[in-house]
Design a protein around this ligand. Sequence first.
Ligand code: ARG
Length: 596
Amino acid sequence: MANEEENVGNMKSQLTNLFYASLRAAFPHEPDVVPLVVASTTKFGDYQCNNAPGLFTKFRRNGTHYMNVHSVGQAIMMNLPPSEMIESCSIGGPGFVNVKLSNNWIAKSIQKMLIDGIGTWSPRLPVRRAVVDFSSPNIAKEMHVGHLRSTVIGDSIARMLEFSNVDVLRRNHVGDWGTQFGMLIEYLFEKFPNVEDVNETAIGDLQAFYKESKKRFETDLAFKARAQKAVVQLQGGESKYLQAWTQICEISRKEFDKIYELLEVHLEEMGESFYNPYIPKVIEALSNQGLVEVNEGARVIFIEGFKIPLIVVKKDGGYNYASTDLAALWYRLNEEKADWIIYVTDVGQQQHFDMVFRAAKGAGWLPDDDGTYPKASHVGFGLVLGEDGKRFRTRSSEVVRLVDLLDEAKSRMLKEAKEKQKKRLTNGIAIQWSEEELEQIAKLVGYAAVKYADLKNNRLTNYTFSFKQMLNCQGNTAVYLLYAYARLCSIIEKFEQNIWELKTTGLLVLDHVDERMLGLHLMRFSEIVEEACSNLLPSVLCDYLYNLSEYFTKFYLNCQVVGSAEETSRVLLCEATATVMRKCFHLLGIVPRNKI
Ligand code: ARG
């Protein structure tokens, strides 16, 4: 189907529309053929349409008057409606139609974006509302680097969807329910017989509290029995137990919020407990459909292709992680009316989500075909490894605390910035930054480095956490990109005339080959964001941003900006690059500065 609404920023979708028309005209008997348009990797064009080989094979089977694949390509090319975006077309070896875009059109489109804003380049997705379930740490446990990955990747996905005009529900599915609360509550009662004494400072380190209570649970039978009873009392809604539970959650929440504030990530907490009241109804509905069976005392759903079934009610009658996720999925589809539900966790949970989604398909909540909506997707990511290649731990083999990581990145940046400043001073150059500004910059760059290192990797692979690498000012790092952006801003600043005025009075032209390459890459922004969104891969956007900075460097090296005859046009090209870079940073959750 051709896009109903023309997306002015998306060259690929505009070309797809043109080829759609051409295919209809050239082969009226083949109404189902969908244009296969891709960015070209050859020097013959900027894009190519790859339909000819497939069509020719099909025609040959059914008897055809086309002599060869080349003539099929020819027919596609000849039927292209005239368009100002196309400079020329040619046929490549196996019938591919190469398209060279018009310089004039690229320049005009970029200038239009400068005037109308980059919002006009936002992708169009067939989604109205999405739930992004991310971060989701567990109460009374520390947030670890895995949760950092989930937080950073989830935030970027949410940002890209929001930019694409999707209504995004950012959900923090915290682990705030389950049997562990029995022991936590019982231990709380034991330590603080007087409820008034319970507060954050009294408990201190909640993680240590968790460990101590677990130890009691494992070693003291009487305590264990009380803890198990406490779970029932909590689930029965007894106020004393609910109050203790609330207190424990509140302390954890404060800790989590500190991190979200540092990372500037916004989330709305709807923990496991929220869905608890919905579980019985959902399981009953699944049972009525004949999907739930009794197996070894538990109630389960068997799923084709999986050896073990999905347990939805445990032997003891209690609910578990899967029962909660089924109820949450039901709620998100039916109450929140989301048409795309995205879960960001480590790949270790892949099977759990596969089974939950398959159960939902079996129940008819989701269509079988993953290409249609509503849809549920698991965004899995690999482990974070230490430089020794093993699971990332501290020396005392503890889980690495997130706050410490962020602090370390910042203090390393600060040290470097101070040294740089000292050097300037010894060379007789005036001090650039106050202490406060240095702090600010170090924080901004340090945090950005941690986020970017997480985002740029293909998320499915494990990744090695290395401060040295992520804080390097060369190569594909946030530090390099933030400096490149600041340099770009200073070039634009040198230009005295008002940029705003120039956008309408100046004329952008792309005559030099490096101007054209940069312009073409700028124009690809919208389709890249669309690809990153559709495949849930922020790394695609990181690669784009890094390449953009490389194209810019090349342009700047070979094309004089300030003081040249092409000054106005080139400053506009700089401004467009800065605009697109800024948006990329924003979509990755990074805040750039004009000066660093
Ligand atoms: N709390 C879980 C963990 O820390 C992640 C929850 C992910 N979301 C979900 N709906 N299951 O591993």
